[in-house]
Structure formats: structure tokens, C-alpha cells
Design a protein. Structure first.
Length: 515
């Protein structure tokens, strides 16, 4: 079924024209793989050094991938390690989420729920809510990418609006607002803060704020991150309403055959089935709570580290909630009459993931190659060296701006907040402090986090870029990676500029970044 608009379609922008020339992400990763291979053949054996956590020099060497040993590495690791095992088996996580989403969607629960919610939420305030939920979802690992973004599309579809608008708002919150949150001591806070403390202490940099107060590594940027949440929610909602919606509400889109929105209202039978779905939700939530405070509760292991089994498995547990809720709805609405119907629904969703399987094979093998050859490290090393050579020691403002720009640009080519922080942190935490004592660990960490987040949504090298494109193609088959970058660019630029000004404002007015 086609959703047509009567308004005149706006001509493609310059960015869209350029972006339309960008090949499919699969071809991009194949090309990048070949380029990296050629580069290693030319520069293989090049040695460089970065600063380690203890302050000592850590040597790296670019590996020549045309040696027999490294060619064997390509074939030995292409399937299990570099593809199926990449990032702890992220492909399996993506597929398993489709079990829960598949049941919830195939049962008709999502369509009914979205139509019900759509009648009670103002379209004007909806994008603000989606951006906020996107930011908040970051406490649940990758749940925002895999669950919230497709649901945001369904929510807009339910109110008879272009689903791409909702997906873009949610994507901005989840990815460009990755480092913001209202909850203190998140996993990101722990990773960045604890390592910042190590980087500082290793080179005798005082672990104090720019105001001279002792820092808690887990909350040293909390006030800034909290304020960032409200700023980004406002900006994200405003951009959606005043920039994205006017552009995309004129665009035609396809409503998948398995989603029926011809009748916007919710029937008596659907309302009854939704109550059964609510029962399934409560049962699933109760089981998850039992696990959270029982077998999967946090504990301290023999090494003194805190282990969090519940948070580590949050994707699977959320999927279980969707699965049981959808199952109860499907049974109540008589969509699932036997186990065969349930299995068919699961199979249908997994079958739709063919593009993701193809994409991730080339994407993850490229990213693994970038790491194995040390070219990813070398890119970071070059960026850090360039910033250091600029001689900006007299101005903390220029130091912050330079560091933010370098980090934001590097993020376009090298993903992973933790990996970049482990490379940039040991260099910049001590270096910027030695250049200017106002560049304390909390300032450097805050600058890193905002820069690392803001450009996530405009790079095809982001781990979930292909997955997001797949979600969008469900409604707009001819949508390209260039179109996606064009749509998300206003969010990225506005977030980066405003977030930077917020940090500079905190410092200019002497407001503590955290506690």
C-alpha cells in the first residue's frame, strides 16, 4: 500500500545529490577493505609510538597484509572471529532481538499499540519524547538502536505520518546523544571516568576538577551530562519539527503489507488483546525483576571488579518482554492458533535480515582488519599529533575546540567510544593539562564524550549504520546512505556546536561539571 501526498516534492538538496552518488554500504566496505590492504602493502613495517596508561611509550607497527602469515589470518578469522564474533557477537544480538520484535509485530500488537498511543500524544511533542527516550535508552546498551528506532517509525506510521521522521528523531537521541543521560554512573561514565583517573595518576596529573575539587571518576561530569540531556532533547525535537518534518512529510513511502493502518482506531477485540498483552508484559517484567535481584544480580568477583550479569544481558531480557507480550496478544486476537504460527512469525522476521547478514560480513571484517593492521591506531595517532603541533597552550578554549574537532573527525573513521578513549586519553589527559592547568581530566573527558557522540549519525562506518538504513528501506526502498547522512546532518552539526557551547559556558561561569 502506498502513502501518497499531494504536496509538491522538494528538489533534492546539494548534500542529497552528492550523497546519492555514494555507493551502497556493502560496496563501501568492500572498497575500504581493498584500500586498507593496499596501504598496508605500501606502509607495512612503519613503526610509531603512543603514550600508554602508565606514561610509557607503546610501540605499534603497521602490518603488511600481503605476507603469508597475515593472509592466513584473513581466512582463519573471516567467519567466526571477525564476523560472527565481532564485538562479542553483535550479529547474534541483532538477530535475537528480531525474535521479540517479530512476534510483537506479526501478532499485530505493535500496530494496535502504536495506533492507540498515537491518538493520545501530540505530534508536536512526539519528537521531543523520542529524542529523550533515545538518550535514556543508552543505559540499556544497544537497545535503542535495535528496539526504539523501529518502534519510533511505527509510532509515526500509526498517526499517519512519514515513519522516517520518527526514526530520525530516535536515531538522533540514541546515537548523537549517546553520552548524555539523566542517570549518573552509567556504564559509559565508569569506562571514561575510571580510565581518566588512571591516565592522570600515571603521569602525576592531579585528579581534581578545573575548580580544584577532588573528583569521583563515576560522576565527575554528571552535572554537565544532565544539562546536556535537556539541551539535546530540546534541540532534537526542534530540528525534527522545523527541519526534518517539513522535508519528509512531503515524501512518499511504502507501508509494508503486514502493517494495516487503514483503520486508525482500535477495535474492541484489539483493546481486549492489548490487555492480554499487558498481562504478558507484567509476567515478563516480573521474571526479569526476579532475575535482576536473584541469579543475575551484581556481585564482586575475586579480582575486586563488579560484575553486572543483568545489565550484560539486558538486550535478551528486553527481547523476552516483547516476545511474551506479543505472544499473549497474538493468542488473544487469534492470530496465533498453534505453535506453527509462532514459529512462522519468527522465521519471517529472520528472513528479512538477509541484507544485514551480507552487510555485517563485509563491515565487521573491514573493522577487524583496521584494528589488526594497527591502521586504526595510526589514524588516531596522526590526529593527536596534529593537534599537539598546533601550539594552542595559551588558550584553554582553543585547546578544547581543537580536541573536540579532532575527536569528531576521527569518529567518522574509527568507531568505538572505549577504543578511541583508550588511545586518545593517555595522550590528551596529561598533554592538555601540561599545556594548560585548566585542562583537567573532567574537562578533557567531557569534551571527548560530546565530540565522540555528535558525529555518530553521519558516518557509514558506525556499527549500526547499515542496520538503521535497513529499517529506513523498509518504508523507502530507494533510500541511500547519502540520503541518511543528509537527513541526520542538521542534528549532528547542531548537537556538536550547541554541546560545545554548553561546555564552554560551564567553564566560563565556573559551574562544576560534576562531583
Amino acid at each position: 500500500m502506498k502513502k501518497e501526498t499531494t504536496k509538491k516534492v522538494k528538489k533534492p538538496s546539494f548534500i542529497e545529490k552528492v550523497g546519492s552518488k555514494i555507493p551502497d554500504p556493502v560496496l563501501i566496505f568492500i572498497g575500504l577493505y581493498v584500500i586498507v590492504m593496499v596501504i598496508t602493502g605500501i606502509f607495512g613495517g612503519t613503526v610509531f609510538e603512543t603514550v600508554g596508561q602508565d606514561g610509557s611509550a607503546v610501540p605499534y607497527e603497521i602490518k603488511n597484509m600481503f605476507t603469508s602469515e597475515n593472509i592466513r589470518w584473513i581466512f582463519d578469522n573471516a567467519l567466526l572471529t571477525n564476523w560472527l564474533g565481532y564485538a562479542g557477537g553483535i550479529l547474534g544480538t541483532i538477530l535475537i532481538v528480531m525474535f521479540g520484535i517479530g512476534i510483537a509485530e506479526e501478532s499485530g500488537m505493535l500496530s494496535a499499540l502504536i495506533r492507540k498511543l498515537g491518538g493520545n500524544i501530540s505530534e508536536r511533542f512526539l519528537p521531543y519524547l523520542l529524542v529523550f527516550l533515545g538518550i535514556l535508552s543508552n543505559i540499556a546498551s544497544d537497545a535503542g538502536y535495535l528496539i526504539l528506532i523501529p518502534l519510533a517509525g511505527l509510532l509515526y506510521l500509526g498517526i499517519k505520518k512519514n515513519p522516517l521522521i520518527g526514526m530520525f528523531a530516535a536515531f538522533a537521541g540514541v546515537s548523537a546523544g549517546f553520552s548524555a543521560n539523566i542517570i549518573p554512573a552509567t556504564v559509559i561514565d565508569v569506562i571514561v571516568g575510571r580510565n581518566a583517573q588512571g591516565f592522570a595518576e600515571a603521569q602525576n596529573v592531579p585528579f581534581v576538577s578545573y575548580l580544584g575539587k577532588d573528583l569521583n571518576p563515576f560522576t565527575m561530569d554528571y552535572y554537565f551530562i544532565l544539562a546536556s540531556t535537556f539541551v539535546l532533547v530540546f534541540l532534537g525535537g526542534f530540528i525534527t519539527n522545523h527541519w526534518v518534518r517539513p522535508r519528509f512529510e512531503k515524501m512518499t513511502y511504502t507501508v509494508p503489507a503486514d502493517i494495516n493502518v487503514a483503520e486508525y482506531g482500535v477495535s474492541k477485540e484489539e483493546r481486549r488483546a492489548l490487555r492480554f498483552a499487558g498481562l504478558g508484559f507484567l509476567i515478563a517484567a516480573a521474571i526479569d525483576l526476579f532475575l535482576a535481584f536473584g541469579p543475575l544480580k551484581s556481585f564482586v568477583d575475586e579480582s575486586g571488579s563488579t560484575v553486572t550479569p543483568f545489565l550484560d544481558n539486558i538486550i535478551l531480557l528486553i527481547t523476552f518482554i516483547f516476545f511474551l507480550s506479543g505472544l499473549f496478544y497474538g493468542i488473544a486476537i487469534k492470530k496465533f492458533k498453534n505453535s506453527g504460527d509462532v514459529i512462522a512469525a519468527l522465521s519471517k522476521q529472520i528472513g528479512s535480515m538477509g541484507y544485514v547478514i551480507v552487510l555485517t560480513f563485509f563491515c565487521y571484517n573491514f573493522l577487524a582488519l583496521l584494528t589488526y593492521t594497527n591502521l586504526g591506531t595510526y589514524i588516531t595517532y596522526l590526529g593527536a599529533s596534529a593537534l599537539e603541533s598546533l601550539g594552542l597552550a595559551k588558550s584553554p578554549t582553543l585547546l578544547i575546540l581543537g580536541f573536540i574537532i579532532v575527536t569528531a573527525v576521527i569518529n567518522l573513521f574509527v568507531g568505538g567510544l572505549t577504543s578511541k578513549w583508550m588511545l586518545l586519553g593517555p595522550i590528551f589527559v596529561p598533554m592538555l593539562y601540561q599545556a594548560n592547568p585548566n585542562m583537567t581530566p573532567d574537562v578533557v573527558a567531557a569534551a571527548y564524550r560530546l565530540a565522540d557522540s555528535s558525529t555518530n549519525i553521519i558516518t557509514p562506518l558506525m556499527t549500526y549504520a547499515g542496520v538503521i538504513l535497513l529499517y529506513v528501506k523498509k518504508y523507502k526502498e530507494d533510500f541511500t546512505v547519502g540520503n541518511l547522512i543528509s537527513a541526520m546532518l542538521p542534528y549532528s552539526i547542531c548537537f556538536l556546536v550547541s554541546w560545545t557551547l554548553l561546555l564552554l559556558g560551564f567553564i566560563a561561569f565556573g559551574i562544576p561539571l560534576g562531583f
